[in-house]
Design a binder for this molecule. Structure first.
Ligand SMILES: NC(=O)c1ccc[n+]([C@@H]2O[C@H](COP(=O)([O-])OP(=O)(O)OC[C@H]3O[C@@H](n4cnc5c(N)ncnc54)[C@H](O)[C@@H]3O)[C@@H](O)[C@H]2O)c1
Length: 274
């Protein structure tokens, strides 16, 4: 799809990969709606784009609330008259083993990481289809393809996002829609995700059940992401998927071996790999 002059909505756009997508799309001549729950960071992100001469607005949005996704769609149509691209990118994570994850942590993670993209697809798809062409990308993770230890709620949400987008793409093909779907499955990227709880209601955050396993994993993740890929590299990958109509966006394709290894073992001896 040709993107110049078209309208893109990016959630979680005040930081990390969401901002990188917004900046890349703006550089390709798109008009951008940046949506994020973190108001001050959102304002700064919008200023950065408008200051560089791009056409962008910010809409404070909590993606876990249907009414706020509806308001985001309304604000987009009011400002730009239509919408062609949606990136369901906002996300959070918390380290905890299954069986030691509080119900509050399950709900917080699934509400944002899975319900956010579901609301996004259901509300925006009809508006995008009205334009006759367009694209919806959602940010899952390698954790959407392989469920490792200590991250159960996140794994469940991100597997759901991969399934949501694959189902969507096949449903779109079924009815010969010109709208396409894709899924971003990043490996380690150096963003603020390890500080996800900065946007959480403190009372809800207090319901987190700390465990030695969860904490150790989070410390490992923090070190790993600190030396991860720069998020600015990811924006062009998502743009390429939109322009070239690709489904899978893998920032670290070499990590795919853990997925093929798991599939191979499933067929060979029905044992779960480590
Ligand atoms: N960083 C990584 O290594 C990595 C790897 C795989 C997947 N991801 C996924 O990438 C996406 C982007 O995260 P990031 O790594 O850029 O982290 P980030 O923390 O830098 O950015 C996430 C953004 O989402 C926003 N956000 C959080 N809750 C929200 C809500 N309820 N409503 C709206 N906005 C909300 C935050 O304010 C923040 O601006 C997430 O979905 C994350 O799960 C990240």
């Amino acid at each position: 799809m040709e993107v110049n002059g078209k309208v893109a909505v990016v959630t979680g756009a005040a930081s990390g990969m969401g901002f990188a997508m917004a900046e890349t799309f703006a550089g390709a001549g798109m008009k951008i709606v940046l949506a994020d729950i973190e108001e001050a960071a959102l304002e700064r992100a919008v200023e950065q784009l408008t200051g560089a001469g791009h056409d962008a607005i910010g809409v404070r949005t909590d993606v876990s609330r249907l009414s706020e996704i509806e308001a985001l769609a309304d604000a987009t149509i009011k400002q730009f008259g239509g919408v062609h691209v949606l990136c369901n990118n906002a996300g959070v994570g918390v380290g905890a083993p299954v069986g030691g994850t509080s119900i509050a942590d399950w709900k917080w993670t699934l509400d944002i990481d899975l319900w956010g993209p579901i609301y996004g697809v259901e509300i925006f798809l009809p508006l995008i289809e009205e334009q006759g062409e367009g694209h919806i990308n959602s940010t899952a993770s390698m954790a959407g393809l392989y469920a490792g230890a200590s991250l159960g709620a996140y794994n469940v949400a991100k597997h759901g996002v991969v399934a949501l987008m694959a189902s969507l793409e096949r449903d779109l093909r079924w009815r010969e829609s010109k709208v396409r779907a894709s899924v971003l499955c990043p490996g380690p990227i150096n963003t603020n995700i390890v500080d996800s709880e900065r946007n959480r209601d403190p009372e809800d955050a207090a319901r987190h059940v700390a465990s030695a396993q969860g904490q150790k994993f989070w410390e490992f993740l923090t070190r790993t992401l600190a030396s991860g890929m720069d998020p600015s590299e990811v924006g062009p990958m998502v743009l390429d998927a939109i322009v070239e109509e690709k489904f899978w966006v893998l920032t670290h394709p070499e990590m795919g071996e853990i997925v093929t290894g798991q599939n191979r073992a499933m067929l060979d001896d029905q044992r779960l790999t480590r």
